[in-house]
Design a protein around this ligand. Structure first.
Ligand code: INI
Length: 182
């Protein structure tokens, strides 16, 4: 594979630089997590607010986990009142040492409330902070949408299922962190 990067492009000795670049890219290692969930343990933190849409995210997430080999006995759904409560519970679960990844699922709809921005913003910041503080894969599976219709599209209708995607990210991250080690 020939990689033409900015350095080789700017070098007057274009051919030699390109060859050097090629050698470098052949020696370069790519590290990524595999997609087997066998033997891994996942907790799903699930908001009850907008349950009629969030339940579809849960279905998508469980589908992804079981398709990739997770055993149902290694899955646990923990329900919280709303997305705002997700980070605290995700942190508690992460610190318990019982799980390999935490998958956070919720739906915030702008049209429904003026405090959408606070709920969505705090939940997002909290989930990110929680992952960094605990060093665990704490996966962001929140749908933020302008309307219920748009949220439904992202929960299994026109635009895939964000719950499925979040679970796949969780599986990949568990395996990536294993490869990277401590
Ligand atoms: N919770 C959500 O999960 N989604 C929302 O859209 C939402 N809005 O917009 O109000 C929402 N509010 C509840 C919030 O998460 C807390 O449960 C509540 O404020 C109690 O702390």
């Amino acid at each position: 594979m020939r990689r033409v990067d900015r350095q080789s492009f700017n070098n007057s000795d274009g051919g030699a630089a390109a060859d050097a670049s090629e050698r470098k890219s052949m020696a370069m290692k790519t590290v990524q997590g595999g997609l087997s969930a066998a033997g891994s343990r996942f907790a799903l933190v699930v908001s009850r607010f907008n349950d009629f849409i969030v339940s579809r995210l849960v279905e998508g997430a469980v589908d992804a986990l079981t398709r990739t080999g997770a055993e149902e006995a290694n899955l646990c759904i923990v329900k919280v009142p709303g997305s705002f409560e997700i980070p605290l519970v995700a942190k508690r679960l992460a610190e318990s040492g019982k799980w390999d990844a935490i998958i956070c699922l919720g739906v915030a709809i702008r049209g429904e409330t003026p405090h959408f921005d606070y709920v969505a913003g705090e939940a997002s910041k909290g989930i990110a902070a929680c992952a960094l503080q605990t060093g665990m894969p704490i996966i962001y599976g929140l749908v933020t949408a302008e309307s219920a219709e748009q949220a439904m599209d992202r929960a299994g209708l026109k635009m895939g299922n964000k719950g499925f995607d979040a679970a796949m990210a969780a599986v990949e991250m568990v395996n990536l962190l294993k490869v990277l080690g401590k």
